[in-house]
Design a protein around this ligand. Structure first.
Ligand code: PMP
Length: 369
């Protein structure tokens, strides 16, 4: 069988090949039901079994405590920029830490529903550092504090989540973990709500994951659409309206794939984290050792998932991308707002894909010397 190219898209992104093959084999007839998953009622026993398994597997993988609800919703990451304040803000003060494009969009959208305050920003470093939590300006009585725990465009990632309790605050922490969910464990003792669009590490676009502590439910603003009221969604086990059934199915297959992953003694998310660390070290290590490429992010907050890099001579960008494509290394062009290149190396990217990228980068630098 011919190997598929390595796909470095930031999202929608590569899905594990095993998952795609499994879905393809079940496309016309899921488990002898005579129906494809897209054709099933979300209230039938077949789909309910898919949903229940997906929920249970995700809870196990991410060690989600029993007092957190897992919601499968629609609306994407940008939808959540409105849905979170509609549910949690009580139209009061909300703190934001801006570390790149995605948290910038979040604070802007929230202003429609509440009183956002900038607690900290890394704008001075052009989004290449993380502001030290000890120096964040926390508002007394804020409804929550929002961070983007992995900035997909700028390649900045919180290596540990801020511990607001240790800073003397009982404000709930909200994380937009769209682009690194399931790549590493989440410390739930620090998190009130996590949301993630599925299209990077979980499955197809159209599914949005929300994991929320129960005590935060039940405070939605009157204007909040019922289908986006977390309490309503939770009471109906994500079936208040028709959920994105095919997305839940693919995410469920991805969770099963994640559970099968092993690295030595490690399994599941721990194995994934180890592999992701190895992939990132290989790529950053090569970039730092080269005088042909550069990554501008401070080493203590470099993303393991999204690696933006630049050719020092940007006139070679097109040649670099053309050569990459010819070698089966796809979608390496950087986001238009920052330029250069970006290699997104989510869970579905094997170490061999990063090795192939580094081999190509080395070869390209040599031929251009
Ligand atoms: N947050 C983050 C961190 C993202 O990477 C993205 C998408 N790239 C979004 C939010 C927006 O997601 P969507 O397009 O699904 O609304």
């Amino acid at each position: 069988m011919q190997q598929r190219p390595y796909n470095f898209s930031a999202g929608p992104a590569a899905i594990p090949e095993e998952v795609l093959r499994e879905a393809a084999s079940e496309m016309l007839d899921w488990h002898g039901s005579g129906m494809g998953v897209m054709e099933m009622s979300h209230r039938g026993k077949e789909f309910i079994s898919i949903y229940e398994r997906a929920e249970a597997d995700l809870r196990e993988l991410l060690a989600v405590p029993a007092n957190y609800k897992i919601l499968f919703m629609q609306g994407g990451g940008l939808g959540e920029n409105a849905i979170v304040p509609l549910n949690l803000s009580r139209a009061g003060t909300v703190d934001f830490v801006v570390t790149g494009s995605w948290s910038q969009k979040s604070i802007k959208e929230a202003a429609r529903y509440c009183q956002p305050q900038l607690a900290a920003s890394n704008a001075e470093s052009q989004h290449t550092t993380l502001p030290d939590p000890a120096r964040w300006k926390l508002s007394a009585g804020a409804s929550y504090l929002h961070i983007c725990s992995n900035e997909t465009i700028h390649g900045v990632e919180f290596q540990t989540l801020p511990d607001l309790k240790a800073l003397g605050s009982d404000t709930p922490l909200v994380i937009d973990c769209s682009s690194h969910v399931a790549s590493r464990p989440i410390d739930w003792s620090r998190v009130g709500l996590a949301f993630a669009g599925a299209q990077k590490n979980l499955g197809p676009a159209g599914l949005t994951l929300v994991i929320v502590r129960e005590d935060l439910l039940g405070h939605a603003l009157k204007a909040c659409p019922s289908a986006f009221d977390y309490q309503t969604v939770a009471e109906h086990d994500s079936m208040f309206n028709t959920p994105p059934t095919y997305g839940i199915y693919i995410a469920g297959l991805t969770f099963q794939w994640l559970k099968r992953q092993r690295e030595g003694e490690l399994a599941g998310i721990a194995a994934m984290e180890q592999r992701n660390r190895a992939k990132a070290e290989l790529l950053y290590g090569y970039i730092d050792s080269s005088d042909f490429y550069v990554n501008k992010v401070s080493p203590d907050c470099r993303s393991r998932m999204n690696v933006p890099f630049f050719l020092r001579d940007e006139s070679r960008n097109d040649a670099f991308l053309t050569g990459a494509k010819a070698r089966g290394l796809l979608q390496l062009k950087g986001h238009k707002s920052v330029g250069g290149m970006r290699a997104s190396i989510y869970n579905a990217m094997p170490l061999a894909g990063v090795q192939a990228l580094v081999a190509y980068m080395r070869e390209f630098a040599q031929t251009q010397a």
